[in-house]
Design a protein around this ligand. Sequence first.
Ligand SMILES: Cc1ncc(COP(=O)(O)O)c(C=O)c1O
Length: 358
Amino acid sequence: MIKCFEPNLTESDYRKVLDTLKTKVLAFGPNVAEFEQDYKKFSNKAYNIGFNSASSAALLLYRYLYEQYGPCRVYTPSLGFISPVCAAKMAGHEVVYTDVNNNLILCIDDLKSRFINDEKKSIVMPILYGGISKVDEIQDFCSKNNSILVLDSAHCISPTTEYDYAFYSFHPVKPVCMSSGGLLSTNDKEAAEYMYRGRNFGRETTGDTYDLVQFGFNLYMNNLNASLGIAQLPRAKKNVLSRKHNLAFLEENLPEDLGSFTYHDTSSSYYLSTLILKPGHSSAIMRKVLRDRGVQTSFHYPFLHKTSHYRQDVKLKFLDSVEDRIINLPIHQELTKEQLSRIVDECIHYSRSRRQPQ
Ligand SMILES: Cc1ncc(COP(=O)(O)O)c(C=O)c1O
């Protein structure tokens, strides 16, 4: 089976993790601070706080924003992962789902049409879907409307738009691999101090004991995952380049009648190669046809506004029009030329099978 995603693990990762294991320092440890320092090159922010997942970073961030501003209104696309939305709701904020544009990024016109200017603070949380790094229009909207910009950067390792807070995910198949990990980046010193304490149960050390000074929980990045992150970062940009070339190959060779790929900007992490299929095609059928012939593809994500637990009765024109027409093809850095050609052949096979008279 050609997998849709694969981690990039090499001897240098194994050595670094083994060296850390041998120190027996596995929970809190010095690798976390080293990884945070290394991540500055990617985030371009002063404070980089390691967490045990992006979900944990979002959980603490939304709690902090509640303590600062009270209940806020959080605008975020329905095409997203659940945990940041859940984090916002758990903290007491109101979530407003927005539509996306034809690159599957939060649609600015839809945001404008839903935006409410009242005493509630507004937070806009776009997802850097697929790995794109730039959402300048949204940043511009936030600065004109006194809104906080939180980037869900789970797909992108290095956002290039100016932002208030961003969180990252270091899942095994994400652009930086850990068994589980996350990070929050910001220039906000007060928020950063809250995060450092909050990821560690809300503790503040006093002598050989501690006081509990704020909300917190077990959210910290551990030394073992951080060791893997340290070994991964030097190769992260090279892997981006491989995925970029793989996507270019698919773009050149796939039949036009299938659909079109979403756009990536110059600093994109090229995490996903998302094809929006033309009307008449079906993502579910294509995923099954390819899977049966040995090619795994994926679909991110079930629309939140249509899920059983988080549903909202809202009309999202573009999303609703592309339901069952979004598919991600494999472009990961481990693919060989032969595998890429095979992916193209199988897409052509699917496309032809759809053109047969029914
Ligand atoms: C867009 C997005 N945001 C947030 C997350 C949560 O990341 P984590 O698994 O590190 O908590 C994910 C996970 O896949 C994601 O895809």
